[in-house]
Design a protein around this ligand. Sequence first.
Ligand code: FES
Length: 150
Amino acid sequence: MYSEAEKESEKTSSDLRAVYTEIVIDHAQNPRNLGQIPDADGSASITGSCGDTMEIYLRVRNDKILNAVFFTDGCGTTAAAGSMVTEIAKGKSVSDAFKITQHDILDALGGLPEESQHCALLASDALRAAIRDYFTYKNQPWKRAYRAHF
Ligand code: FES
């Protein structure tokens, strides 16, 4: 015998599955690589057209992404996109990771509803900005000294 709470939970779950893929639901409910890296080798905070922000932090050695983490104040699909973009980026060279597109993230998630597809764009934009940040400090390391002050 199901309680009212269990029935409601079951309905919510089937409502979600009607709209989102199992991969999206899994990454939204169990986001991988959520967090921040102090003194990251590259980082960025990007706010999308909807007003949500995604931060990406990279740990890089020899131009290879050893670790990538994200943080967001956005909704579940934004978290799923951040989770997936960091999973895809880890282990790649920075130049290969720079080529990750909104469509790569959407493909890996098994798609998103039209109105949520900009969440994947925010994730790819944030990753590219973090990689640009990495190159800035790689090419001009003296600028790191100014990072804490500006
Ligand atoms: Fe704003 Fe997802 S709803 S990025």
